[in-house]
Design a binder for this molecule. Structure first.
Ligand SMILES: Cc1cc2nc3c(=O)[nH]c(=O)nc-3n(C[C@H](O)[C@H](O)[C@H](O)COP(=O)(O)OP(=O)(O)OC[C@H]3O[C@@H](n4cnc5c(N)ncnc54)[C@H](O)[C@@H]3O)c2cc1C
Length: 456
């Protein structure tokens, strides 16, 4: 039996943050990983997908040569170079993290699957480890929805899609959330025919309808077929293709494709840990219950990242780790203080922070709203990228910004400015006075506020 001061299970992004502050204590640290070091973000999520988004955008923009004033006929995609670029970046990050741990004297990296045999007792490869503090950072995995016939075909999840060596002829995407939508646009731009089957009546159902409709419109304009309010009723493997049967508006329809991506939610990995041997509780969906400091129902055992159900993004996983470190050392951050911010990395991207319009209205506050289309923003026009719009919501009583949705070029970067304003409690009237660089898309954000009107 080996004892550590700190034992971290899983090497998602929260783990790097924890190590940054735990290593200088010179206390002993064990880190357990069942698969690739770096977790989903580096190996299967943010990093590889954003390299694909970049390649797809470059290819798409090159094809718009006539618009920008150059000739770009007969462009071809070299998908193996696209994949090499993706693999070299994701492998570089994973190897870099592993070598950091392996070369740090007070860190022991243990490869294997962890499971609990007691509150603070872990088994990996028949070895037992104990620790003063345990940090569970084991993430989630793609869900396999109970669709008849799904288990009879060779379907792809978001990780397996990244291993494809060829562009599908027709990629059928089941699920119209952010993962499905990002992949749909990327593969469409690489030349595949793409269809999205979305059970909800709205694509991107967590967004306001105006935002979701705008995203739907611009990806449809690129040639993606979207079936909203569609139920997948059966999947059949034919000799050289797959058939997906759907029900939409009371009628049946069959789609034929060579590849199926299922992007219909994620399942927490807590079921891999034998938590029944501990006092650690999970909720009905399998997420580990934590208090506002990310501590589980067992003192000294923390759960950070997607597995605690409070985030679902790399930046929230990192923030969870910072909250735990504040609890252990100094600083007062809690889960309750966090303003939700996120990006959808389509082209153009969406950045969203704080409340949606739906949520703001539901809050019962008196809400002011300002909207500006990207087509009215000079820099967007100059760049020839005018899809989307900006929506800013303000609390009429306090003048504080309640939320913002920035759908348009630079939206994924601009949103961080709104996150900062909300975090710092800066009123919109104060923000209106700031001088910003011209010509930029962000310079128009304070000006957009001149259009604030009460939502009736
Ligand atoms: C396609 C895709 C795109 C994404 N894009 C973005 C994005 O653009 N921006 C963003 O913020 N987020 C994005 N995400 C989400 C992001 O990847 C996760 O929120 C982030 O990785 C945080 O995960 P985590 O640290 O909780 O766990 P993970 O990163 O999943 O790490 C968990 C680790 O624990 C290991 N593990 C699991 N069980 C055990 C066990 N029993 N024993 C030992 N080890 C175990 C796993 O092998 C894994 O390495 C994306 C996700 C996907 C799938």
């Amino acid at each position: 039996m080996t004892h550590f001061a700190h034992l971290i299970i899983g090497t998602g992004q929260a783990t790097g943050t924890l190590l940054g502050k735990l290593i200088p204590t010179n206390e002993t640290i064990g880190v357990i990983e069942a698969d690739k070091v770096g977790g989903s973000c580096v190996n299967y999520g943010c990093t590889p997908t954003k390299t694909l988004v970049a390649s797809a955008k470059a290819f798409y923009q090159a094809k718009r040569g006539d618009f920008y004033g150059f000739h770009s006929e007969n462009l071809t995609l070299d998908f193996s170079t696209v994949r090499d670029r993706m693999n070299s970046i994701r492998n570089g990050s994973s190897n870099g993290l592993a070598s950091w741990m392996n070369n740090t004297p007070n860190v022991t990296l243990i490869m294997g699957k962890a499971s609990f045999t007691g509150d603070k007792k872990i088994k990996v490869n028949d070895q037992t480890y104990t620790a003063d503090n345990i940090y569970i950072n084991i993430g989630t995995r793609p869900s396999a929805p109970p669709i008849p016939g799904l288990d009879t075909v060779n379907w792809l999840d978001s990780a397996r899609l990244l291993d494809l060596e060829n562009i599908p002829e027709h990629l059928i995407v089941i699920g119209g959330g952010y993962i499905g939508v990002e992949f749909a646009q990327v593969y469409r731009r690489f030349g595949a025919r793409v269809s999205i089957i979305q059970r909800n009546s709205q694509l991107m159902p967590r967004e306001d309808k105006d935002v979701a409709d705008a995203i739907k419109e611009f990806i449809e304009n690129e040639g993606i077929t979207i079936y909203c309010g569609a139920n997948t009723t059966n999947i059949i493997q034919k000799s050289d293709h797959k058939e997906v049967e759907i029900e939409i508006n009371g009628a049946s329809k069959t789609l034929s494709g060579d590849q199926i991506l299922v992007a219909a939610g994620r399942t927490p990995n807590s079921d891999t840990l034998n938590l029944e041997n501990t006092g650690i509780k999970t909720n009905t969906r399998g997420f580990i219950e934590v208090d506002t400091y990310c501590q589980t129902t067992v003192e000294g055992v923390f759960a950070v990242g997607d597995v605690n159900g409070h985030g679902g993004f790399t930046h929230t996983a990192v923030n969870d780790a910072e909250i735990v470190l504040d609890r252990l050392f100094e600083g007062g951050r809690t889960l309750g203080d966090r303003n939700m911010v996120y990006g959808l990395f389509t082209d153009p991207p969406l950045g969203r922070v704080g409340l949606t319009e739906k949520e703001a209205i539901k809050s019962g506050k008196k809400v002011l709203k300002a909207i500006k289309p990207m087509s009215k923003i000079s820099r967007a026009k100059e760049m020839g990228e005018t899809n989307g719009f900006v929506k800013i919501l303000v609390d009429a009583e306090t003048d504080l910004i309640l939320g913002a949705s920035i759908l348009g070029v630079g939206g994924d970067e601009i949103i961080n400015m709104f996150a900062t304003l909300i975090h710092s409690n800066i009123t919109y009237k104060e923000y209106r006075k700031v001088v910003l660089v011209h010509p930029t898309v962000s310079e128009l954000m304070p000006w957009t506020l001149d259009g604030l009107q009460e939502i009736k």
